[in-house]
Ligand binder design. Sequence first.
Ligand code: UDP
Ligand code: MG
Length: 337
Amino acid sequence: MDAAHAAFEPVSTTVTVGVVISIVVPCHDEVGNLQALYTRVREVMAQQAEAWEMVCVNDGSRDQTLAQLLALRRADERVVVIDLSRNFGKEAALTAGLEHARGQAIIPLDADLQDPPELIPELLAKWREGYDVVNAVRIARDGEGWLKRITSHMFYRVINRLSHVDIPPDTGDFRLITRPVLEALMALPERRRFMKGLFAWVGFRTVAIPYRRSPRHAGRSKWNYWKLWNFALEGITSFSIAPLQLASYLGFAVSLFAFAYAAWVVMQTLLHGNPIKGYPSLMVTLLFLGGVQLMALGVIGEYLGRLYEESKQRPVYLVRRTWPDRDGGETPSVWPT
Ligand code: UDP
Ligand code: MG
């Protein structure tokens, strides 16, 4: 019998109708953080007049995250739980949470408390001033190494040079968006969702507020450099076709060089006859051209692969179950996980 069974209690009667503020939390193996997260969110939201909900998406966790979420829900119905059928990755989990949010103001939040819930009142204040998007911009990243900082900085430099949307640097997913912005986001059809870019792409009246990014509360980050590299590739290929153009420019430059070199070889042969030398230069040219061609093919492959994935039109995520049910009901007998 699991934890969710053992701690069964009747459903509490906290009213969640007319939700105004939705806090959306993607969770993957976050069992050590959820209680602290919930407590801090509740304390912060107690100061606000509006009704709120916390939409938690369990993204295929292998630990007791789901049981913990359901325990939180048993104590407070404002916790909404979406259980995905497997791990779909953060971007998909966030999309799932956004799609289930019912509020007018929606705030994605990391489960590991790296985004301090105490900043929420400031986000809400800007929202009340009439902004549609309030970005929380990191001014410090406590607990992150210099390598991660440098690579992150480089990523924003590159992507903003290559693409036509301005993706604000040091802005994670922690922000506030209004319902019209959410609806605009949800209307974007792409399957592979590079959220930072999509948030920037939709536009709307935007303002930024600074904050200090804290170290993780508990557990380990699921990111490593290989994932980060793929994330960067995702961002660049989703928002720029410059690498495709690069391939053709490079090809052009190399052909030009090869043409000049060929002219030089012909001249040499005409002037000095044809001593059978030139094996090294032949090899160098051959390998160089081969390399350039493979690189260009690789670039095309990256885009072709994405085109292929988009064309399959698979859903971004699959929901196993939600609490409350789709029709809003929730019979105690279906509580257990
Ligand atoms: N996350 C998720 N699915 C994943 C990986 C991460 O839902 O496959 C969630 C995770 O639980 C956390 C957030 O995404 O709430 C950010 O993850 P993490 O802290 O590992 O990333 P970092 O802060 O290092 O960028
Ligand atoms: Mg984190």
